[in-house]
Design a protein around this ligand. Structure first.
Ligand SMILES: [Zn+2]
Length: 143
């Protein structure tokens, strides 16, 4: 049986000021779902061509701000793992004591900077190696 239950959600990522609406089939489970861009309400200065991605999926490798958001989420999670933080509801709160801030710079493509606090150079280097393995060198700087 083939079912389609299209739902729409609005998304403003925390990695830039883009603002858009996407559509997905709520009858599919999370792993097989794709999210197709249907409206762009704001394109931030780093992603001025966002409207050209309308009708493409966020999962497509071409939508840069989605990749940036995932890179940020994955990298902070990897940092928590490398620091041995428990994978529980306090994980994000516990990470804050080692995280000064994160930001994307103005390079093109944008580079994610993770500014740590209180970490040894060995710890920083372990996190850097882990995120380089996942995303390639030069995409993330652990400071
Ligand atoms: Zn953006």
């Amino acid at each position: 049986m083939f079912m389609v239950r299209l739902c729409r959600n609005r998304w403003k990522p925390d990695t830039c000021t883009c603002d858009l609406e996407f559509e997905f089939d709520a009858d599919l489970d999370g792993a097989s779902r794709t999210h197709r861009i249907v409206n762009v309400y704001n394109a931030c200065p780093a992603h001025t061509n966002l409207s050209s991605y309308i009708s493409q999926t966020l999962e497509g490798t071409v939508v840069p701000f989605h990749q940036e958001n995932q890179r940020k989420n994955y990298s902070l999670d990897e940092m928590a793992t490398r620091l041995g933080l428990a994978n529980d509801e306090n994980r994000w709160t516990n990470l804050q004591q080692y995280l000064s801030r994160w930001y994307f710079d103005t390079a093109s493509p944008r580079v994610l900077h993770i500014v740590t606090k209180g970490l040894t150079s060995t710890q920083k280097s372990q996190i850097q190696t882990a995120v380089n393995t996942r995303f390639g060198a030069g995409k993330i700087v652990v400071e």
